[in-house]
Write a protein that binds this ligand. Structure first.
Ligand SMILES: Nc1ncnc2c1ncn2[C@@H]1O[C@H](COP(=O)(O)OP(=O)(O)OP(=O)(O)O)[C@@H](O)[C@H]1O
Ligand SMILES: [Mg+2]
Length: 367
């Protein structure tokens, strides 16, 4: 597995429970451009434990997404879910070279990984000198069960693509966040640069609200210092619409997306849902607020950034800001990018929060 291998243009392919998302980027000078993108729904049950059940069927959807997007390259990057990956920072002597690290990492792995070594893929990334000692370097061990990688690679091959990079969702998001951070500092400056931190360093809470699972990432710069997955998401809104108006799930999903439901929808369903979602985000943040890192008193959270399907819920950012008292915005990783003529730019603006993982994967070819 080449978790960190980087080369020429790549398609970013996010195979997530609700849809396959494809992004192709190009760069001229310092400016990026969205050359192609598509979001192609996945039927219920096509993923299990977030992995493709039948790579051939999922591959068909990937193929359709690529065709609809009009992509030009066959080389692709995919990501395994953050929750399917075990990472450990291991200090090693500073004089260790790649080959020494490679030998030692597999010995270390057996201590940390609860699976037989033949069932996992292992990789590592050298982070640089350890903070604790000048004689040591931090090496991040990354491990995942083979099936998490193999099922995704198989789906890409079925779609006629060449899998070149297998990344981790959280790392792909860090990559996208590099772009989001620019608009964040713009927004903070425009709002007068409110400083709630009282000497504490300000961190950003990135919240990926999916269909049934949401993940909080706390970022310092563009490095994740805390993450936590919670079982809530936007499918709940679909279920409530279906129940209240006696619709099938598909009808409710369509109604949710169009916003055209019933006259009392906003008051009876949407507003309470947003309020509940904001409270759940607050509960998830409490896990960070009770972590050693936060309790140390060095940090505060001064921005919340929303991505994923939840960020598509109209006005959620305002409700979250009101409930939690923290500046909140919907992420758009493509804000400072151009787009090719075949890309519908207003649709891209709308869909951007859903494309953070795929966009981060596509960026891999340029780091
Ligand atoms: N245009 C839209 N308007 C409102 N909701 C939407 C829209 N598009 C998608 N959603 C909702 O977003 C949710 C899926 O979000 P997303 O695609 O981020 O999740 P996922 O990455 O597939 O899954 P997860 O992150 O849970 O593993 C679903 O509940 C879906 O109904
Ligand atoms: Mg997702």
């Amino acid at each position: 597995m080449a978790l960190f291998k980087r080369k020429e243009p790549l398609l970013g392919i996010d195979i997530s429970p609700s849809a396959v998302k494809v992004v192709e980027l190009s760069r001229s000078g310092a400016r990026f451009r969205v050359d192609a993108y598509a979001i192609e729904p996945l039927g219920e049950g096509m993923l299990e434990d977030r992995n493709p059940v039948d790579p051939e069927a999922v591959g068909e959807v990937v193929k359709r997404a690529c065709r609809n997007a009009g992509v030009r390259t066959r080389r692709a990057a995919v990501a395994v879910p953050t929750s399917a990956v075990i990472t450990r920072t291991i200090p090693m002597p500073i004089e260790f070279k790649e080959s020494d690290i490679e030998v030692n990492i597999s010995i270390e792995a057996s201590q940390y990984i609860p699976y037989p070594t033949e069932e996992i893929y292992l990789d590592f990334q050298v982070k640089g000198r350890s903070q604790a000692s000048n004689e040591m370097q931090d090496v991040v061990l990354v491990a995942t069960r083979k099936e998490n990688v193999d099922t995704r690679e198989a789906a890409l091959k079925e779609a006629g693509l060449t899998p070149v990079v297998v990344d981790v969702e959280g790392y792909a998001l860090e990559n996208s966040f590099g772009l989001i951070a620019d608009s964040l500092s713009q927004a903070n400056a425009e709002s007068g640069g409110v400083n709630l931190s009282k000497g504490r360093e300000g961190l950003t809470a990135l919240i990926d609200i999916g269909g049934v699972v949401s993940t909080l990432y706390v970022l310092q710069g563009s490095q994740t210092v805390f993450s936590r997955e919670q079982g809530f998401g936007c499918d709940q809104l679909t279920l409530r619409i279906a129940e209240a108006y006696d619709l099938t799930r598909e009808q409710a999903e369509r109604a949710k997306r169009s916003g055209q439901v019933a006259e009392d929808f906003a008051d009876a369903i949407l507003e309470p849902f947003k309020q509940g979602l904001a409270e759940q985000i607050g509960h998830t943040l409490q896990f960070f607020f009770s972590s050693d890192l936060y309790v140390s008193g060095r940090y505060t959270v001064n921005n919340i950034v929303l991505i994923g399907g939840g960020a598509m819920v109209m006005g959620l950012d305002r409700v979250v800001a009101d409930v939690l008292g923290i500046t909140t915005m919907v992420a758009n990783p493509f804000k400072n990018m151009g787009s090719a003529a075949r890309v519908n730019s207003s649709a891209l603006l709308r869909d951007a929060p859903l494309l953070a993982v795929a966009g981060g994967l596509a960026l891999r070819s340029f780091d």
